[in-house]
Design a binder for this molecule. Structure first.
Ligand SMILES: NC(=O)c1ccc[n+]([C@@H]2O[C@H](COP(=O)([O-])OP(=O)(O)OC[C@H]3O[C@@H](n4cnc5c(N)ncnc54)[C@H](OP(=O)(O)O)[C@@H]3O)[C@@H](O)[C@H]2O)c1
Length: 278
């Protein structure tokens, strides 16, 4: 298996990475923090370390996303599994250096661009998978498609997060629509409510809720199970584009199943990443 994974420096991504490395011939470790990357590498045995290429990537800086895709393309013409795992909840409204709202870029647009740039490598095998780590939070989304990035709507960290987690599912279903007939499989998932670094920077009511929920959370090892299952398992063709929970198909919200929303998000995202696509 040739694997590319974002967010393998912490939590669910780190556990997913560690479980899958032994099954891989090559792993592209896409992360923004080289020190954390080095720490993760040190946990591997020397044989597995040889398989892993650290590639710098900050999903809030699309130049780095483009460079990361180029580095992968220089190294290989095929990827079997891309896991778009990185993400987080961001307490305040911020613009990235590209002028995008931070949560939108780090949770959706960066992965959208990365996946688009890697489509030739993903289509090469005729059976590759894109796995998008979403969340049950998508059910709380309240999206204004005329204001995806909270320019004219009051910013709420949780609302922004719920929206992007809905986008992860819409994007998954769009990938099936656009590339399913060329063999690409795409899946979204909810990992559970997992004790990781997630939510540590949150504020207000969400921070309180997260703190109170901590004793009931599963650990990152358990939280990685559905990602690992999807990466390893050959699934029936009719489950392409599905949303998973506890390693089983689950029905996402009606918004997540809306073809209108799916198409709108795809078109808007394509427009926004166009400067990095050439
Ligand atoms: N924890 C939960 O209960 C839960 C529930 C549902 C869904 N999820 C989803 O699960 C995924 C993993 O989260 P987690 O719980 O494992 O949280 P985590 O421990 O905070 O890990 C998040 C990962 O994303 C990376 N990341 C964040 N912003 C980035 C950026 N701009 N560019 C590149 N990498 C970036 C982080 O890198 P650094 O190490 O450099 O910070 C880290 O590797 C996320 O998509 C999250 O939305 C989590």
């Amino acid at each position: 298996m040739r694997l590319a994974i974002t967010g393998p420096t912490s939590g669910i991504g780190a556990e997913t990475f560690r479980a899958l490395v032994p099954l891989c011939e090559k792993v592209y470790f896409l992360a923004r923090n080289p020190d954390k990357a080095a720490q993760e590498m040190e946990k591997l045995n020397p044989q597995d370390q040889q398989k892993v290429d650290f590639i710098p990537l900050d999903l809030a800086d699309l130049d780095t996303v483009k460079k990361a895709a180029q580095k992968i393309q220089e190294s290989t013409d095929k990827i079997d599994v891309l896991i778009n795992n990185a993400g987080g909840i961001f307490p305040t409204f911020e613009h990235t250096k590209d002028g995008f709202e931070l949560s939108f870029s780090a949770n959706h647009l960066g992965h959208f661009l990365l996946t688009q740039l890697l489509i030739p490598q993903l289509l090469h095998t005729g059976n590759a998978k894109v796995i998008n780590v979403s969340s049950e939070a998508h059910r709380a989304a309240k999206v204004n498609f005329d204001d995806l990035q909270f320019e004219n709507t009051k910013y709420s960290a949780f609302n922004a997060y719920a929206n992007v987690k809905l986008f992860n599912i819409l994007f998954t279903k769009s990938l099936k629509t656009h590339y399913g007939d060329q063999g690409l499989k795409s899946y979204a998932l909810h990992p559970g409510v997992v004790k990781t670094n997630f939510g540590k920077e949150a504020n207000g009511i969400f921070k309180l809720f997260w703190k109170l929920a901590t004793p009931f959370m599963i650990d990152a090892n358990q939280g990685a199970r559905t990602s690992i299952f999807l990466a390893k398992t050959q699934l029936p063709d009719n489950q392409n584009g599905y949303y998973y929970k506890n390693s089983k198909p689950s029905v996402p919200s009606s918004e997540a199943r809306s073809e209108k929303y799916r198409d709108k998000l795809w078109e808007k995202s394509m427009e926004l990443v166009a400067p990095w696509m050439g």
